[in-house]
Design a protein around this ligand. Sequence first.
Ligand code: SF4
Length: 250
Amino acid sequence: MNVKIDGKYYSGNKGETLLELARRNEIEIPSLCYKEGFEGLGRCRLCLVEVIEGNSTKTVSSCVYPIRDGIEVLTNTKNIVNMRKDIIFLLLLRTPNNGYIRKLAEEYGVKAPSRYLDMEREEDCILCGLCVKACEKLGTNAISLVNRGITKKVSTPYDDASKDCIGCGACAEVCPTNAISLVEQDGKRIIWNKTFDLISCTRCGKCYSTEEVLHHIDEQLGVKTQEYLCESCSRRLVGEKFKEAFQNLI
Ligand code: SF4
């Protein structure tokens, strides 16, 4: 499939979205709620682009728009840039103290008059829902978007320490604005009001995961882990086994 983006032709694969095609070809389209490996959510709307198809032009979220042969895409028209600025302005009002949003606003030259900014406001979440998606894919569906209107937020059921959360940290890892607090101290991990004991690597002694995560992985794979190894020790072990096998061959 041939797609013209900003005057140049690119070849796309069936099922690919505009944003995926653009990222694969190093074309810059901003986005906060897109993460490689997850399907697009179309929530933050920063990835808006113009699509020209036949005689019609429309504005779409590129992270959820599947490519079609022969379409033309404009990623940086005045109209698109102005819409992105409006979105950033609203995000700035919601999270006036968040470093990531402030940096984005600076990049786009977006300034909010001080009378609109509540600098006392301690909010970092932009409600993009990427953490919810990460928990659905990698965790245990422990969090969701709850409430409506101005009270909408991401939370565990009733804001309590969730019995389902395994403390994997995937939600905090994908958050584009660092809004989810994950604290590790003295062999413990605290996330979503729940404290987990961290397991040490049997080889090097480094604390690297919660017991709940390892049980979850065992359950998914239908195996029983005998030795708990951190990522680098696992890699080293594979290397050692490979070397041993190779030496036995020669
Ligand atoms: S830490 Fe808990 S809430 Fe976050 S992704 Fe893992 S299971 Fe889900």
